[in-house]
Design a protein. Structure first.
Length: 149
């Protein structure tokens, strides 16, 4: 197995393990509101609050819930942060899986070429390593092409 493939599989397992550690999550955000309250006989309204609100969108419609205690606010903020972390981990997992598929397809194509008995040469620009740099091809240069290893 290709060393790059093993590395990507190990990174994917770390991402999955990080996902497993998330015990609770919720989408949205926690916001703080101050309400203006008019008092009898006063010109300027008085600010009351803060009042905390958890809000998110479900099927395009806003959903809001008042958070009444400090524990509810702390728990909601932690769960919202967990949700954002989960989404970031999902994106990382998707990118790693995509890259893993690319490497496996490349390895499969190279194995198939060898199985066909192909001694054909590969163009120099076809051999890019994982970082996009060219392999040290000058040592294997044969009539302007690189022979398959």
């Amino acid at each position: 197995m290709h060393k790059g493939i093993e590395s990507l599989e190990a990174q994917r397992e770390k991402v999955l393990e990080a996902m497993r550690t998330i015990r609770a999550m919720r989408p949205g955000a926690v916001s703080e509101q101050m309400l203006k309250v008019k008092h009898k006989g006063k010109k300027k309204p008085v600010l009351r609050g803060p009042y905390y609100l958890w809000q998110y969108y479900e099927q395009g419609k806003p959903v809001r819930q008042r958070l009444r205690s400090a524990q509810d606010v702390a728990r909601a903020r932690e769960e919202v942060a967990n949700y954002k972390r989960f989404i970031a981990l999902c994106k990382e997992f998707e990118a790693l899986t995509r890259r893993l598929g690319e490497l496996e397809r490349k390895d499969t194509a190279e194995v198939e070429a060898v199985k066909r008995g192909a001694s054909r040469a590969v163009q120099l620009d076809d051999l890019l390593d994982l970082r996009g740099n060219l392999f040290r091809a000058d040592e294997r240069l044969y009539h302007g092409r690189i022979a398959l290893l």
